[in-house]
Design a binder for this molecule. Structure first.
Ligand SMILES: [Zn+2]
Length: 312
């Protein structure tokens, strides 16, 4: 096992199934897994139950703690955990949502965790603007950046230009889910907004121009292999473009996306990639160093992580 960095991980897709089952008084482990979804839209339906379970401080704290424990077992030393704050504010305030998550994470001090707030593609401009305001409020206080998530095929990236110009103006670090269910043009739009990181971005492989832009601007892809298979973004692991992207000079990182919905962890993802594409330990070290370079952290924090990663 090696130490790892994870940049692309959704809290609501990574809830501990045993604790969820305990709360609901029935075994929900199977229904939390989305491996047999027909599309990204169907995979996203698996998030309904977790969202219902994350409405009270004590549950949020416990699920956050259990996720941090799982990251520790997976030898993750730094993770950026994302979620959409508006989904969890039916009964409690943003202060309570953030503080209960952070206090859950703090119980596992060996893993450093920052939060990323997700805007949602199906939300109104006003609701997404609220999420930008929340991010600004908590930036450097447990929150490190913002993202755009949701059904990409039905809500194209180009419609979010105005929101990203506000984010840039406020100098908030951001990443964008793009080129997952939608094509290379979605990645191109994300690049035109100034994204330095792209969630997935696997369909970049269909455009030489987009690949060139990723390489020239040193944009980092947050690749999530099993999730891509589950959402039918690829037909099988052998046809995943990760190896081609690496060979063409694109900077990639390896992530789980959703540990519960995709029934995976980073150790399994590394194993799968090693078996399919024969990546070496050195390759995985490079992917982790890419992740540190792209993390929403200060230079000093990045240097500390590099030292930690390279220590035996
Ligand atoms: Zn994602």
């Amino acid at each position: 096992m090696m130490k790892k960095i994870e940049l692309h991980l959704h809290l609501d897709g990574s809830l501990n199934p045993s604790f969820a089952s305990k709360l609901l008084n029935r075994n929900v482990s199977k229904e939390m897994i989305g491996s047999h979804s027909a599309s990204l839209a169907e995979y996203l339906e698996k998030f309904q139950l977790p969202i219902e379970l994350l409405q009270e401080e004590k549950n949020i704290e416990e699920f956050s703690y259990l996720l941090a424990k799982e990251l520790e077992q997976d030898e993750v030393i730094y993770a950026e955990v994302r979620f959409c704050p508006l989904f969890h504010m039916k009964k409690i305030s943003i202060e309570q949502v953030v503080s209960s998550m952070l206090s859950g994470f703090k119980k596992v001090p060996s893993v450093k965790i920052n939060l990323i707030f997700c805007m949602m593609r199906n939300f109104s401009f006003e609701d997404n603007k609220k999420i930008i305001d929340f991010t600004e409020k908590y930036l450097h206080h447990g929150v490190c950046g913002i993202d755009l998530a949701g059904d990409e095929a039905h809500y194209p990236t180009k419609d979010f230009e105005k929101l990203f110009s506000i984010i840039k103006e406020k100098k908030i670090p951001f990443t964008i889910h793009a080129g997952e269910a939608d094509g290379a043009s979605s990645v191109e739009e994300a690049i035109s907004f100034g994204a330095k990181r792209i969630g997935h971005g696997i369909h970049s492989i269909d455009s030489k121009e987009v690949i060139q832009k990723l390489v020239d601007q040193q944009i980092v892809l947050e690749i999530c292999p099993t999730s891509n298979l589950d959402t039918k973004s690829i037909k099988d692991m052998a046809s995943h473009p990760i190896k081609k992207l690496v060979d063409r000079g694109v900077l990639v990182t390896v992530n789980t996306d959703n540990r519960t919905v995709s029934n995976t962890n980073l150790e399994k993802e590394y194993q799968l990639l090693q078996e399919t594409f024969h990546f070496t330990e050195e390759d995985f070290l490079t992917f982790n160093l890419n992740a540190i370079d792209a993390a929403f952290l200060s230079e000093k924090e990045k240097e500390e992580l590099r030292c930690q990663l390279l220590q035996n």
